[in-house]
Design a binder for this molecule. Structure first.
Ligand SMILES: Cc1ncc(COP(=O)(O)O)c(C=O)c1O
Length: 436
């Protein structure tokens, strides 16, 4: 079971300099005439009142995107630089933030985690009929990226404790066409990477991390995103740091960096041209347009600065829920998330697994009537229309089916404050009424 000591340390709100990640807060070189306070603790609100007002609403939404307070300033600066297409100052600033924080050879900003997953599938050179082992309990993009290459997602069950791929089932899913294992670090808790990587090495397979939830989570002291050949992060508005839509591909093998840049740049060697290494650029291999605009990158850069503040606040809510629901777990009315001792999570999401689908659905409905928006999560891929058409299943997947039908995610966002207590009260009240 988790306790607060196993999750990330809680850092005072003023301490938003990235000691832990080795990156500095104020490393901008402003082109325009926009002055931004150099004091790390000064956060200027520059949003319309309506957004601030939504935090006062009686409805507790499932998600509210976090604001660092500096996004608009950085977007203005991006505009003042007169290059708002991708690959400019802020794209590079975000990429170097990620490379420093993760100590990764190369981070490439993308328009989404979906895009990063598609890039990973291209980089892995998946061919028609090749197979990639993955959990069925994941977002459609994990499998879709593979199916787009006409390769086959092979679905295996998840562990009942962490809801990550059950590493004990991977070996029996391996066949002559298996090329890669694609793990998901669900809820920011890392999959059992030692076992996954050992199997991959023994069978000559690639490891790809779908780290959409897991920015700054750790496995045995190593950061998520550095554990496989490639990793994919999401900056969708529900994540810990956001840019509306957004993502990043981490390339952990230096010899694949150039190919990754080509894939992101429509299959061209434009990156080498920009570095002055070739005198013109042209189409060299398959690729697409995966780079976000500078507007998006500027927004993200402001968010990355606030990652410790956002994360510590999310962890406070996570820890609050976890303590509040300890008793209902003891009484068998719900299962709480499990965080193994050798992992550290980032407070990305809080869920409960209820005893039956009926109780789960009833809980979501009654919470909604009380203005608390709780939601379910993934619909299993193996039994979906696309999953049956493009994938195959290895063995039975009873845990996936049960968890998917019984899991509820509770509101968890930066700045929830006392609203977390209201959510916990309502959940406890409803479960007392619903549980046998
Ligand atoms: C595990 C997982 N992978 C990939 C994605 C896709 O992320 P994005 O919306 O950035 O494309 C999601 C979305 O939340 C996800 O949960």
């Amino acid at each position: 079971m988790i306790d607060s000591a196993k999750s990330m340390p809680i850092i005072g709100l003023g301490a938003i300099r990235h000691k832990r990640y080795g990156v500095q807060e104020q490393d901008y070189d402003f082109a325009g005439d926009l002055a931004i306070s150099a004091a790390p603790t000064v956060v200027r609100r520059c949003y319309p009142a309506s957004l601030a007002d939504s935090r006062m609403s009686p409805v507790i939404p499932f998600n509210l995107p976090p604001e660092s307070g500096r996004e608009i300033d950085l977007i203005r600066d991006a505009i003042a630089r007169h290059q708002i297409s991708g690959g400019g100052y802020y794209t590079k600033a975000c990429e170097s933030w990620l490379e420093t924080a993760l100590q990764a050879p190369r981070a490439l900003l993308t328009h989404s985690c979906t895009g990063a997953l598609e890039m990973a599938a291209l980089l892995a050179e998946l061919a028609p009929g090749d197979e990639v082992i993955m959990p069925s309990f994941t977002f459609v993009s994990t499998a879709n990226a593979v199916a787009l290459r006409r390769a086959v997602p092979v679905f295996v069950d998840i562990r009942p404790d962490t809801l990550n791929i059950d590493e004990r089932l991977i070996e029996s899913a391996i066949g002559p066409r298996t090329r890669a294992i694609l793990v998901v670090h669900y809820a920011g808790v890392c999959a059992e990477m030692d076992v996954v990587c050992e199997i991959a090495e023994r069978y000559g397979l690639m490891v790809i991390e779908d780290a959409a939830h897991a920015l700054m989570s750790e496995y045995r002291g190593r950061l998520a995103g550095t554990l496989g050949e490639f990793a994919c992060f999401s900056f969708h508005e529900t994540k810990n740091v956001v840019s509306g839509e957004g993502g990043a591909l981490i390339v952990n093998r230096r010899n694949l960096v150039e190919r990754a840049e080509i894939i992101r740049d429509k299959g061209t060697n434009r990156a080498r041209f920009m570095q002055g290494l070739v005198d013109k650029y042209s189409w060299v291999s398959l690729g697409s347009s995966y780079v976000p605009s500078e507007i998006v990158a500027a927004f993200l850069r402001a968010q990355l600065d606030a990652i410790e503040r956002f994360t510590s606040d999310r962890l406070q809510t996570w820890n609050y829920y976890h303590a509040a629901f300890a008793d209902i777990e003891k009484r068998g009315h719900a299962r709480r998330p499990h965080v193994p001792d050798h992992t550290r999570h980032n407070g990305h999401l809080y869920y409960l697994v209820l005893p039956t689908p009926e109780i789960r659905n009833q809980l979501i409905e009654t919470l909604r009537q009380e203005n608390v928006h709780a939601i379910f999560h993934y619909v299993p891929l193996h039994s979906s229309e696309g999953g049956r058409r493009y994938g195959r299943t290895s063995g039975m997947l009873p845990v996936t089916d049960q968890v998917s039908a019984c899991l509820v995610r509770l509101p968890l966002w930066y700045g929830m404050g006392e609203k977390r207590a209201r959510v916990a009260d309502r959940v406890l009240g409803q479960l007392a009424a619903l549980s046998p």
